[in-house]
Design a protein around this ligand. Structure first.
Ligand code: TYD
Length: 205
């Protein structure tokens, strides 16, 4: 049987990641794998406390980046690395590509600084597969508005911010094309899932 994998899900708010994460978990469980679902920022009690601060408190962009990576360090140590060591498949809703997209692209932080944090926190561990749900910012914004929730600090940003986030995500995908698979998230959820299933069949049989 294939080795268990660490799979991350990325994309802008409104890309429809949540539905596709649940479907991926079902797909893997149907094949007998043990699956752990988790998310960032968060995934541990401390990480969830940091998440509440990150989503709602105004802070310096450097502070934001360091708190994202602090939560990630805890998440790796307490949840992700132990689960992988137990042979489980780990599905994580956002990971370090989100920091390069939102803090790097969106907030304009120097990516060299983020790379230092990435090396410090991950010590060489990278996801085996990253699924990037890509779509034009206007469609993402329309979906978000239609969902009617109370927007957090990131969701309240303007279209320029999200255009930079999207560009940074796509640059990460180009730089690591073997790891990052880009899916067209402007399609219907069923069409997106069809493509997702093809990728899963290739990577995770
Ligand atoms: P998410 O859980 O996708 O939000 P929601 O529960 O509203 O779907 O992510 C929360 C926000 O955190 C999202 O707008 C992106 C942001 N984020 C970063 O800015 N950097 C990061 O490293 C991560 C993991 C998330």
């Amino acid at each position: 049987m294939q080795k268990n994998c660490f799979i991350t899900f990325e994309g802008m708010d409104g890309a429809g990641k949540s539905t596709q994460i649940s479907r991926t978990a079902e797909w893997l469980r149907a094949r007998g794998h043990v699956v752990l679902l988790t998310r960032e920022p968060g995934g541990t009690p401390l990480g969830e406390a940091l998440r509440a601060l990150l989503l709602h408190e105004v802070m310096h962009p450097d502070t934001e980046a360091m708190l994202m990576f602090a939560a990630r360090r805890e998440h790796l140590a307490q949840v992700i690395e132990p689960a992988l060591a137990r042979g489980e498949w780990v599905l994580c809703d956002r990971f370090t590509d989100a920091s390069f997209a939102y803090q790097g692209g969106g907030r304009g932080l120097d990516s060299a600084r983020l790379e230092v944090l990435e090396t410090w926190v991950q010590r060489g561990l990278q996801p085996d597969l990253t699924l990037l749900f890509d779509l034009p910012c206007e469609i993402a914004a329309r979906r978000l508005a239609a969902s009617g929730g109370d927007p957090d600090r990131f969701e309240r940003e303007q279209s320029d911010f999200f255009n930079r986030v999207r560009t940074a995500y796509l640059a990460r995908a180009r730089a690591d094309a073997r790891r990052v698979q880009v899916l067209d998230a402007a399609q219907s959820p069923d069409e997106v899932y069809k493509r997702l299933e093809e990728i899963l069949s290739t990577y995770c049989s």
